[in-house]
Design a protein around this ligand. Structure first.
Ligand code: FAD
Length: 417
């Protein structure tokens, strides 16, 4: 059977693309080797981040770099094989992190972020999953006066961009989260118009179900090869060959592997994160996700329990788990909240798909007609899946796009042989 579009990758990004295309009556096959929302889009902190108007640049101040070098920082860790393997991408990341470029990139990035909640809302309504969404924001906790003051100044400026927040005194914070021990906390920022999802994987599965309800098809297959086939494409999987007019590669951190044989090589690199759930008992319920800025972790109320998610570990995508970073943040989290019983024996890990210029790739591949790319959403792919889906639908159908897509074009990096 020939499909109009095949989307490879059923994470938040690929599923949202398939949903938007099918909604416009385009016949879509969504292929993933696992069930929808089983990889990075499952294990994240579940925040739909309207407040995320700032990007994550490479630290350029000497004192910031010196904090990372000993490799015991809980926010960011690294392993030497990954530093060597991704050295070129990291060098580019450093170059794109100059103050001047960060300002330019943030303006472009914000054009996507401003649509995140509206675009999720459309899909939430269609999928009928209001029960998974909480709209009372998340809380950023500070333990250092100087950093807190600086964060408050940045927060004040974000009001101009439609980001709502409230500065919380310790008393107000304690009232919102009565079970937490906030000893040592100097203040907090409550980001009011960001949303919390109580089961990120379930949200992707619900979007996928909504896609199926509109007539879309899903296959659990491992894509082995993508080959040009006349004006269209041939997709070779472990259990069959499928044909289509357009193909969209939205395979998160694995995207580059799939398109390399076609002559593309993007500086896409993985930034790993870990999570573990802890059983909820009477004395440890929390109402909001709490982000510990100094230690770089998130503690969020999920259906599975209290999910502790770590910051980033620069490592190879298939490297063995190293749970040191998670153990360190869990030890710290236990000072805030009793976390006695873990739900799983083994922590989860997954990789944020990152680009050196901190922007996703969204658009036509360049060398081949009808090959579309959507990956590299880094720390906010769960937030940006739906807006990306809308843009890819508009591009494939040759419509004007809701945002200027030129800053996200694929040609800015692709080395076409
Ligand atoms: C610890 C952590 C916390 C995070 N917290 C947040 C947050 O709060 N908010 C936020 O917005 N973002 C967050 N992120 C980032 C976010 O999770 C990712 O950016 C996002 O999930 C990426 O989605 P994706 O669809 O591109 O990739 P994925 O979800 O990884 O999906 C890619 C899919 O492609 C499939 N695939 C790959 N290769 C093949 C193949 N050959 N054949 C078939 N299928 C294939 C995979 O099986 C997978 O399902 C976090 C990330 C981490 C690690």
């Amino acid at each position: 059977m020939r499909y109009e579009v095949i989307v490879v990758g059923a994470g938040m990004v690929g599923t949202s693309i398939a949903w938007h295309l099918q909604e416009k009556k385009t016949k879509v096959l969504l292929i993933d080797r696992k069930s929808p929302g089983s990889e990075t889009s499952y294990g994240n902190a579940g925040l739909i981040q309207r407040e995320a108007i700032h990007i994550h640049p490479f630290p350029r101040q000497l004192f910031e770099l010196l904090k990372i070098v000993p490799n015991n920082n809980t926010s960011i860790r690294y392993r030497w094989p990954a530093l060597l393997h991704y050295r070129q991408a990291l060098l580019q990341y450093w170059q794109f992190s100059s103050q001047h470029l960060v300002q330019k990139i943030e303006k472009e990035w914000q054009t996507l972020i401003e649509h995140c909640t509206c675009e999720h809302q459309k899909m939430i309504t269609a999928a009928n999953v209001e029960n998974l969404i909480r709209r009372d924001g998340w809380i950023e906790i500070h333990r250092t006066e100087t950093k807190f003051k600086a964060a408050v100044e940045v927060a004040k400026k974000s009001c101009d961009q439609g980001v709502n927040h409230q500065i919380l005194s310790l008393k107000e914070l304690q009232k919102l989260e009565p079970h937490c021990n906030f000893k040592g906390v100097v203040g907090a920022i409550h980001w009011l118009n960001s949303w919390q999802v109580s089961n990120p994987g379930a949200l992707v599965k619900a979007y996928a179900k909504s896609f199926q309800n509109m007539g879309g098809e899903i296959r659990d297959s491992d894509v082995k090869k993508i080959l040009p086939d006349g004006d269209g494409w041939q997709i070779i999987t472990d259990d069959g060959i499928f044909y289509c007019n357009h193909i969209v590669v939205a395979a998160g951190p694995w995207s580059n592997q799939l398109i390399k044989p076609l002559g593309y090589d993007f500086p896409l690199f993985p930034m790993r994160g870990y999570h573990q759930h802890f059983k909820v008992q009477n004395e440890n319920t929390i109402n909001h996700s709490l982000v510990e800025v100094d230690k770089g972790f998130v503690m969020g109320p999920m259906q599975q329990g209290i999910r502790i998610t770590t910051g980033a570990e620069m490592t190879l995508i298939d490297a063995k788990k190293n749970v040191g970073q998670l153990s360190d943040v869990v030890a710290f989290a236990k000072k805030i909240l009793p976390l006695n019983d873990s739900v799983e024996n083994e922590p989860w890990c997954g990789s944020r798909p990152c680009m050196p210029d901190m922007k996703p790739v969204i658009g036509a591949a360049g060398k081949h007609a009808n090959l579309w790319l959507a990956f590299g959403h880094g720390h906010q792919g769960f937030t940006l899946g739906p807006i990306t889906g809308r843009i890819i639908e508009e591009l494939i159908h040759n419509k004007p796009t809701i945002v200027d897509v030129s800053p996200f074009n694929a040609q800015r990096f692709s080395k076409i042989e």
